[in-house]
Design a protein around this ligand. Structure first.
Ligand code: CMC
Length: 376
């Protein structure tokens, strides 16, 4: 058999694309979007500004920002046939499955947006604008509340909260969500973005690429980790039990969700920022329970395994304090990452080459074919 190069399991360290969108310095713990440090963007910009940055490669002027905000507001309404379809889906469904199904179905109503190519920017804006509406349409039915209105005066962060909570978010809540959306918007060739790029590289359409990405984000080793962190906190219950519970899990070789990262060898800078927001939102609620539990879990995991927190460790505590149900944490991640997925798909269309790696064959060769009647 011809020799094949060694397999890089999990494609670890394989450079599979060039990108101008996002750079991760895993040794220094730095994350850069289009040249800007995530710490500056989280402190000073908004999700809308970052959307302009990732799609067009530069921060917007005031006029461009106003135009983009107006565009988002315009694009929030679902086709009524899709809203009706969502209303027939089982309320017991996993919201990530609803999101995947709804985005896939949306393409049926918007064929003009699904053409692959640079014109997909219209579809990209549509998807970012509409994901909160899909989540609101589904979740509000579960809690017997009316479907959301487009609310053009709200930022994307405030609109997402309004869709999920059916109330006006406070300024602190909106700002916390805006920061979370900025932090989650992109992360280079993470698994879901890679799957979006693979789909786009076949010259398939944007909505198909985003549907692939939603399915990929759902897994607990990726976006699903934030929901599992809250399950861990529920299991631990109180700070004095953290050490015992975490050590027992590690002894059983279980993974502690919210820790470890393929690229970061130090603390994920997004975790540093979200830790502060967990404390801030906790203080505003007079409830530092999650923050204190997470700090203790961090100490134990670092001491026992040398692992650092990733973005998923603190995000759930912020969302939970705001009142978002746990099974919507990964969909909230998707409502932000859809921006990165679409930016990467547009980049893929600009510089397209079919993504098609090879596998090392480890099966048999030259087996004689046995007719069905002679097999046992
Ligand atoms: N808890 C316990 N042990 C861990 C963890 C963890 N969270 N993460 C890595 N390890 C151990 C792992 O068991 C292995 O140990 P050993 O060599 O003794 O078998 C070693 O560290 C290397 O693990 P790996 O699976 O080869 O590393 P990876 O680069 O493939 O995994 C990861 C990266 C994120 C999948 C992993 O760290 C993990 O499972 N973390 C928990 C899930 C999580 O928090 N995911 C969110 C990732 S960040 C946001 C996102 O991408 O969505």
């Amino acid at each position: 058999m011809p020799a094949t190069p060694e397999v890089q399991t999990g494609l670890e360290d394989v450079v599979a694309a060039t990108t101008r969108i996002c750079f991760i310095d895993g040794k220094q713990g730095r994350l850069i979007y289009e040249g800007y440090d995530i710490r500056d963007l989280a402190a000073r910009s908004t999700f809308e500004e970052v959307a302009h940055l990732l799609w067009y490669g530069r921060l917007p002027t005031s006029a461009q920002l106003a135009e983009l905000k107006a565009r988002f507001a315009e694009l929030r309404t679902l086709p009524s046939a899709l809203a009706e379809r969502i209303d027939t889906l089982p309320i017991s469904a996993n919201p990530m499955d609803i999101l995947r199904t709804a985005v896939s179905s949306l393409a049926l109503f918007e064929p003009e947006e699904t053409r692959p190519g640079p014109s997909s920017i219209g579809g990209a804006q549509r998807l970012v604008a509409v994901l909160p509406t899909i989540l609101g349409q589904f979740h509000r039915r579960r809690v017997r509340r009316p479907a959301p209105e487009p609310r053009p005066e709200l930022s994307q962060a405030a609109y997402l909260l309004y869709c999920l909570l059916d109330r006006e978010p406070t300024e602190l809540e909106s700002r916390a969500m805006d920061v979370a959306l900025v932090l989650h918007a992109d992360h280079e060739l993470n698994a879901s973005t890679f799957s979006a790029r693979v789909t786009a590289s076949t010259l398939s359409d944007l909505y198909s690429a985003v549907t692939s990405a939603i399915g990929t984000l759902k897994g607990p080793l990726h976006g699903g980790a934030n929901e599992r962190v809250m399950e861990l906190l529920d299991e631990i219950g109180s700070v004095d039990r953290a050490e015992e519970v975490v050590k027992a899990k590690l002894a059983r070789h279980e993974r502690i969700m919210g820790f470890g990262h393929r690229v970061y060898k130090v603390e994920d800078p997004r975790a540093t920022i979200l830790r502060e927001w967990s404390r801030k939102v906790g203080e505003s609620r007079g409830n530092l329970r999650y923050y204190e539990l997470l700090r203790r879990v961090e100490e134990v995991v670092h001491r026992e395994k040398g692992l650092y927190p990733n973005v998923d460790l603190y995000s759930g505590s912020v969302y939970s304090l705001i009142g978002i149900p746990h099974d919507l944490f990964t969909p909230v991640f998707a409502a932000s990452r859809v921006l990165g997925w679409t930016a990467h798909v547009l980049e893929e269309y600009r510089d397209l080459r079919l993504i098609r790696p090879v596998a090392k064959y480890v099966g048999a060769l030259d087996l004689p074919y046995v007719p069905i009647g002679e097999r046992h």
